[in-house]
Design a binder for this molecule. Structure first.
Ligand SMILES: C[S@@+](CC[C@H](N)C(=O)[O-])C[C@H]1O[C@@H](n2cnc3c(N)ncnc32)[C@H](O)[C@@H]1O
Length: 366
């Protein structure tokens, strides 16, 4: 089976991981449960690891989305194996309804989202995703928008600090941003190793058995450049609208920022936290749950899988089955990026016109 290593800079620690091993494949298939004759969406095709497994089920029709043109190009061989059953759709999963509408599809039985970057993207130095490989400091999944180098070379120090704090949860965001601005005055950032050098000056050299000090910085820039969190929030809403009653949504996330969004989404959509008895007379009726939780608390990879593929260790699977209630409109909370390197969830995020509710200080993290 063709598969893919679930790799993410947030977890890449220099260990040589096997290539092409899809993360939590058995658990994904168990929760997605594709049945003969059904119609499914693989919203993050990557190297086609999940897609190939889904296509093993007879008569399943699969639409596979990926925003990376290289992933779509590499998938043509698989598409040729299943000419009647697999359609590759270049584009973002936040736009999956429009992508499917072009093929006359308005409702589906399953959507799977495997968030983050693929091993193909990480392994190719020219993409600039990996702090372990020297290449242009790019990090764009599509060839459009600002590259990571342009962000570092042109943004204000306080905005760089905010990005590192909010999207990398980097505690030393401010000194790092200061060092970045100091360095770019001497020589603009061009390569991944330019950035690794500055991070190591501020945070120290990598230590055996510890995460690489550039992990959080690379994660933050990648999320910012690709607007990844807004994509996740909008992708979940698109899936909710597309799924017919009984349809399954399965999401595998890889770091806490993604997982928090997915967790909040399922919490709101399954009606957890809404109890009729606590409702005051002037409060609106509770919204009928649009999902039934299929994996309460989320599912982690097995110890065996983590032993075989250490990069799977941060994966979390969450899943729900669509009810017949209408889809809801509210976006999950996104972290707001506050200049100066502070981070908070809620408020207006800089990478979108999203204005989710603000959290009160001192409340537990969702
Ligand atoms: C972890 S890989 C998926 C691996 C895949 N499950 C497999 O088994 O081969 C994530 C893929 O999602 C794609 N991706 C990330 N964000 C996306 C988005 N917003 N829309 C569409 N594709 C996206 C990336 O380009 C990457 O190829």
């Amino acid at each position: 089976m063709l598969a893919i290593a679930r790799m993410d800079n947030s977890d890449a620690d220099g260990q040589a991981a096997p290539r092409h091993v899809p993360v939590m494949l058995a658990e994904v298939m168990e929760h997605l449960a594709p049945q003969p004759g059904e119609l499914h969406v693989d919203a993050t095709f990557g190297a086609g690891g999940y897609a190939r497994a889904i296509l093993q089920v007879p008569d399943v029709r699969l639409f596979a989305v990926d925003r990376d043109p290289n992933a779509i190009a590499a998938g043509q061989m698989l598409a040729a194996e299943y000419p009647e059953r697999l359609t590759l759709l270049p584009g973002r999963f936040s736009e999956m309804e429009a992508l499917l509408a072009r093929h006359g599809v308005e409702a589906v039985d399953g959507v799977v989202m495997d968030l983050g970057v693929s091993s193909m993207q990480l392994d190719e130095a020219a993409r600039g995703f990996s702090f372990l490989r020297d290449g242009p400091l790019d990090m764009r999944m599509e060839a459009e928008g600002l590259s990571a180098a342009e962000v570092l070379n042109t943004f204000r120090e306080e905005d760089i600090a905010a990005i590192l704090k909010s999207y990398g949860e980097e505690r030393r965001a401010r000194p790092l941003a200061r060092a970045i601005v100091r360095r770019r005055k001497e020589k603009p950032f061009v390569t991944t190793f330019d950035l690794v050098g500055v991070v190591e000056q501020v945070l120290g050299a990598p230590r055996p058995g510890k995460k690489h000090p550039a992990t959080r910085t690379f994660q933050a820039l990648r999320i910012f450049v690709n607007r990844e969190l807004e994509e996740v929030a909008r992708g979940l809403l698109a899936a909710e609208r597309l799924l017919r009653p009984g349809g399954r949504l399965v999401v595998v996330s890889f770091h806490s920022l993604e997982d928090r969004i997915v967790k909040q989404f399922f919490k709101a959509r399954t009606g957890r936290g809404q109890t009729a008895s606590r409702r005051l007379p002037h409060e609106p009726e509770p919204v009928p749950p649009s999902f039934v939780d299929l994996a309460p608390g989320g599912v982690a990879p097995s110890a065996e899988e983590v032993a075989d593929n250490p990069r799977a260790r941060s994966a979390r699977l969450r899943a729900g089955r669509r009810s017949d209630a209408p889809a809801q409109a509210a976006l999950p909370q996104l972290p707001s990026v506050v200049p100066g390197g502070k981070s908070r969830w809620g408020g207006k995020g800089r990478d979108g016109k999203v204005a989710p509710a603000t959290r009160k200080r001192g409340r537990r993290k969702p």
